[in-house]
Design a protein around this ligand. Structure first.
Ligand code: 13P
Length: 281
């Protein structure tokens, strides 16, 4: 059960009341660590990379690796292009075999966001792939390079947007932001609940790093079916390598590689347990 589309994973999650972790990866070690946790827990999963990360991990290199890893996994794994900003890169991801793409037009006026998202949805459909959009504005930027202000989703606009675009998943802004929070965020569960009541498409929570376990559970109960985790993975990989150096257990490159895989594995494992998707493959 290897490379799969994102939509059926999210529809099953929505029906059964759990969320699928969508883990950002930047290299082979992170892919290996995440998929080890996925296999061990018998979970569905999504691995993703955002367009802003491509200067560190070129799409033509990391993309085929991600697709091959998903195909090689005994668990259902979707491969997603996160925060797509240009049609050129979105198309490149689809050509490589990604089964899902996001167009992030959250900074655009409503009509323009709807129109471009609808065209990306059409493009993805031509490949048999799925499409995620965003309405409202999640805080920060995926790589921390911009200090984008949070602009909470309007439930009515979310409904109109999802009907107009036909997106397979919809990212909402409910006080969440990318990167490490200075303090745990106060999420607007009321907005989430209202949005979930109006929108048929599965809802996505970005900025997963630093959200408290109970808040994750509440979001899932109120309608979140996909949760994006990036910074926590990068931090866990870096800390795992640092701890191994501090313990003097790195005697050569492959010890460092093992520590990196372990960092990604432990982070994915922790989130999979919280999201309730263990055993749902
Ligand atoms: P974090 O870096 O806060 O986990 O956000 C990840 C994300 O939303 C990627 O789209």
């Amino acid at each position: 059960m290897p490379l799969v589309n994102m939509k059926p994973l999210l529809e099953k999650a929505k029906k059964e009341g759990y969320a699928v972790g969508s883990f950002s990866v930047a290299n082979m070690e992170m892919v290996l660590g995440v998929l080890k946790a996925v296999e061990e827990t018998k979970s569905p999963a999504i691995i993703q990379i955002a367009e802003v990360r491509l200067n560190h991990s070129p799409l033509e290199l990391i993309g085929p690796l991600m697709v091959a890893a998903a195909k090689n996994s005994p668990m259902p794994v979707a491969v997603h292009f996160d925060h797509g900003k240009t049609t050129e890169k979105i198309k490149q991801a689809l050509d490589i075999g990604f089964t899902s793409v996001m167009f992030d037009g959250s900074h655009l006026p409503f009509e323009e966001n709807s129109a471009v998202t609808a065209s990306v949805k059409q493009l993805a459909s031509g490949y048999g792939a799925d499409c995620e959009g965003e309405i409202g504005c999640v805080g920060g930027s995926e790589d921390g390079s911009e200090d984008i202000a949070i602009n909470c989703t309007s439930p009515e606009q979310a409904h109109e947007f999802s009907e107009k675009t036909g997106v397979d998943a919809l990212a909402v802004a409910i006080g969440n932001a990318h990167g490490n929070y200075k303090q745990a965020p106060k999420l607007r569960f009321d907005i989430l609940e209202e949005t979930a009541a109006l929108v048929k498409a599965p809802l996505v929570l970005h900025g997963g790093t630093g959200i408290l376990p109970d808040d994750f559970r509440k979001c899932i109960k109120l309608g979140i079916s996909k949760i994006n985790i990036a910074t926590a993975t990068f931090d866990s990989v870096e800390q795992s390598a640092r701890a191994a150096y501090d313990a003097n257990s790195i005697k050569g490159y492959y010890d460092l590689q093992t520590a990196e895989v372990e960092g990604a594995y432990r982070n994915a494992l922790r989130h999979i347990e919280i999201f309730g998707c263990a055993g749902k493959a």
